[in-house]
Design a binder for this molecule. Structure first.
Ligand SMILES: [Zn+2]
Length: 447
């Protein structure tokens, strides 16, 4: 059976509640099929947890954590796993009703693990050496440990509770990942006892994987600057480079284990909601394919754990696809140049090679990459879409992310990339009253 085509609007609950007529407009203008509403106040679609679920919530005391979460003063909830109690769901109910009247699906939205560790340090990711994540990388997220059984069970109960009480057609959960791989510190997490236990249950020899990471760090520190310069010039394939740097296959296995830990939870969540309604789809946004394995998303495995693949945004920020590799490249380069004898320029070249984007016109300039300046966004994005299709097995539909709010020509090209590579639609952010955006989407998908 061919995969369903979908255009999904990643929208604000409060916005759509005020202008519900935009749903029919988008349905008619661009073929909108689905919305994924999120409230920027509570970071879910705006669900009100039932009193029984809220009573067991591990994050209900967030209002007393103003020191770690200053947005308490604005009434903004911390981004944590599950559904916190007490939110007024009037706007969401209005949105669900309007979507139903317009024949548009609603995907519910809740958060999981990649943030919140700074507000709840007792549940935060730990490195394999037991340390907290380095706050130098906090812009990429200070995450929660994904293996706390009590939190995961409570999160699942919250999803089941929502599936029973709200008329949603599925879920697109957020933060189902580790922090962006640009966080060098987060790459070596989580090493806590719960994650060791879970990894062992999944069949991994976790002690060997931890040791492989430590050995790799030691070996990389010892590489001579001249050797590195030569490697940067040789332009090897990522696999050859991995071998030349003598990086153990156990390092790859470490990242596969991290993915497997998340995928197992995703399967549990999916089972829970589909026991309520077998027609509900369940999935999440993933990191761009160039870095996805490093962030907890082994794509082939993810296809077995979720019902579709999508992403957060097309460029910029923590989840932007076009900028995922360049963000990782500059942070990795800075960190490597700091602790090794190699020159920054050589490390930058090598990291771009490892990420498979060294042939693109990317500025060899750390500051420019840090600020996202002068990047070939459309080419980087197209590379990610090509890789998404190549690295998956056509088991689930692919809805890559398109941030359609800016330059219409860029929007048209991003949509064209998806259409050209055989994607099945998109997850879009857009302003419905901008006619030029809607036209660009129509043209890009050739509809
Ligand atoms: Zn852990």
């Amino acid at each position: 059976m061919p995969h369903p085509r979908r255009l999904i609007w990643f929208c604000q609950t409060e916005h759509v509640a005020k202008q519900p007529e935009q749903l029919a407009l988008l349905r008619d203008e661009i073929g909108l099929t689905t919305i994924m509403p999120e409230s920027p106040i509570c970071h879910t679609s705006g669900f009100r947890a039932s009193p029984e679920v809220a009573a067991r919530g591990p994050f209900e005391d967030w209002r007393e954590r103003g020191e770690a979460w200053p947005k308490v003063s604005e009434g903004i909830y911390p981004p944590v796993s599950g559904v916190i109690g007490g939110f007024d769901d009037t706007d969401l109910c209005r949105v669900i009703e309007a979507a139903s009247a317009a024949g548009i699906e609603v995907w519910g939205h809740i958060g999981l693990w990649s943030y919140g560790g700074d507000v709840y340090p007792e549940h935060a990711l730990r490195t394999i050496d037991g340390a907290s994540l380095d706050t130098r990388y906090s812009r990429w997220g200070i995450g929660l440990c994904p293996s706390r059984e009590a939190i995961n069970q409570w999160t699942k109960d919250g999803l089941v509770d929502i599936a029973q009480r709200y008329d949603v057609d599925g879920f697109c959960v957020d933060h189902a990942r580790y922090p962006q791989p640009a966080s060098v510190s987060a790459l070596a997490a989580c090493g806590c006892a719960s994650c060791v236990e879970e990894g062992t249950t999944l069949g991994f020899d976790v002690a060997i994987l931890h040791q492989a990471l430590r050995d790799t760090v030691r070996r990389v520190r010892d590489i001579k600057g001249s050797r590195l310069q030569q490697l940067a010039r040789d332009r090897l394939s990522p696999e050859q480079l991995w071998a030349a740097l003598e990086i153990s296959p156990h390092v790859t296995e470490w990242f596969q284990m991290r993915s497997a830990l998340l995928a197992k939870q995703m399967q549990h969540f999916r089972e829970g909601v589909q026991q309520i309604d077998a027609s509900m789809v369940f999935g999440c946004d993933i990191f761009a394919p160039s870095v996805s394995l490093f962030g907890g998303h082994d794509l082939a495995l993810w296809e077995t754990a979720t019902d579709y693949i999508t992403g957060g945004s097309s460029a910029g920020g923590v989840v932007g696809w076009a900028t995922a590799s360049t963000n990782a490249a500059f942070e990795w380069t800075r960190s490597l140049a700091e602790v090794t004898q190699g020159a920054e320029a050589d490390w930058l070249e090598l990291t771009l090679q490892v990420l498979g984007v060294d042939d693109l016109a990317i500025p060899r300039d750390i500051e420019a990459l840090d600020q996202g300046r002068d990047l070939p966004i459309e080419e980087l994005y197209d590379r990610e879409i090509a890789r998404l299709v190549a690295d998956t097995n056509d088991r689930v539909p692919l809805y890559p992310p398109v941030s359609a709010g800016g330059d219409p020509e860029r929007t048209r090209r991003l949509c064209r990339s998806i259409a050209d590579h055989g994607g099945h639609g998109a997850m879009m952010t857009l302003a419905p009253d901008r006619k030029e955006t809607l036209r660009a989407i129509q043209e890009g998908f050739g509809a």
